[in-house]
Design a protein around this ligand. Structure first.
Ligand code: PBG
Ligand code: ZN
Length: 324
């Protein structure tokens, strides 16, 4: 059967029909809102390369999270910006570290209404800006695991609902799982940044998190953008190691990876709509070249259609408000 009997346009005739047959539905619950928390008091500093995003003190981060909750968002991802950095990123695991304080305060304020996810990495805390221990220009894998695990446990102790390791060291999921279990946090899930690419789209984030490596790049640990099969290897390894969710990052230039990962595993798939993807949209919108609301809705819907269950995005607050 073909034209003129078949006319695909019949189901596109009215908004009601289109809504009735839509295959993908984006909602505020799908969105995870990143928060950059600094170690100051009553501070709220705009990030120039990410209009609408702030580095803020714990008190203001709580206010921001409250707005997110009001808009229907259920989860935030916390990035800490410590006052002090050192070679080994010790501030990452201090009980009174900025991330731990932020987690405690968010949980104290919002309890089970808000899921607080902790980004677990060292690059914001190391003086050299790498995600692990640096020795003679090399990022050491195994010595990093111990510090990451200690960080994860301290975040769980502070009340984090979920641990999200973003360092891309080998074996970190198993190592962190083991340490969490030993410390009595066997019910704290791990959202693994499994297929995290060495992307040029992270540069606005590095302004926001103050985590630009002072030398070299992250190509020795993050994935090569030319590889897709390797992403499936990374994902399957993380699943074996005990990841409860896996992530693909960035999102927009890696939609093929999202859809392949979706088919390869049955656990939730998360996509990270990264800072550079956000900044490009904001810049074009500020110039009046695109309509921000419809473009953001289209992009986030596309990420979901590709196979993501959850999307980490700086557009979260705006998008959630548009959706409700
Ligand atoms: C740090 C980290 C990065 C992002 C999340 N965690 C940056 C990096 O690897 O340099 C990127 C987020 C973004 O660009 O929005 N491990
Ligand atoms: Zn890092």
């Amino acid at each position: 059967m073909n034209f003129p009997v078949v006319r695909k346009r019949r189901l596109r005739k009215t908004q009601l029909i289109r809504d009735a047959v839509a295959e993908t539905h984006l909602c505020a619950q799908d969105l995870i809102y990143p928060l950059f928390v600094n170690d100051e008091r009553h501070s709220r500093v705009a990030v120039p390369s990410m209009p609408g995003i702030y580095q803020q003190s714990v008190d203001n981060a709580v206010i921001e999270a409250g707005k997110a909750l009001e808009a229907g968002i259920r989860a935030v991802l916390v990035f800490g910006i410590p006052a002090e950095k050192d070679q080994e990123g010790s501030n990452a695991w201090f009980e009174q570290g900025v991330t731990q304080r932020a987690i405690r305060e968010l949980k104290r304020q919002f309890g089970n209404d808000l899921m607080v996810i902790a980004d677990t990495c060292l690059c914001e805390y190391t003086s050299h800006g790498h995600c692990g221990v640096l020795l003679e220009g090399r990022v050491l894998n195994d010595p990093t695991l111990d510090i990451l695990a200690r960080t994860a446990v301290s975040q769980a102790q502070a009340g984090a609902d979920m641990i999200a390791p973003s360092d891309m060291m080998d074996g970190r999921v198993a190592y962190i799982r083991d340490s969490l279990d030993d410390a009595g946090y066997d019910d704290t899930p791990i959202m693994a940044y499994s297929a995290k690419y060495a992307s040029s789209l992270y540069s606005p984030f590095r302004d926001a998190a103050e985590s630009t490596p002072s030398s070299g790049d992250r190509k020795g640990y993050q994935m090569d953008p030319r590889n897709a099969r390797e992403a499936l290897e990374e994902v399957l390894l993380d699943v074996q190691e005990g990841a409860d969710m896996v992530m693909v990052k960035p999102a927009l230039s890696y939609m093929d990876i999202i859809s392949q990962v979706r088919r390869a595993v049955n656990i939730p798939v998360v996509a990270y709509n990264v800072s550079g993807e956000y900044s490009m949209v904001k810049a074009a919108a500020a110039n009046g070249w695109i309509d921000e609301r419809s473009v953001v809705t289209e992009l986030l819907t596309g990420i979901k259609r590709a196979g993501a269950d959850l999307i980490i995005t700086y557009h979260a607050l705006d998008a959630a408000r548009w959706l409700t």
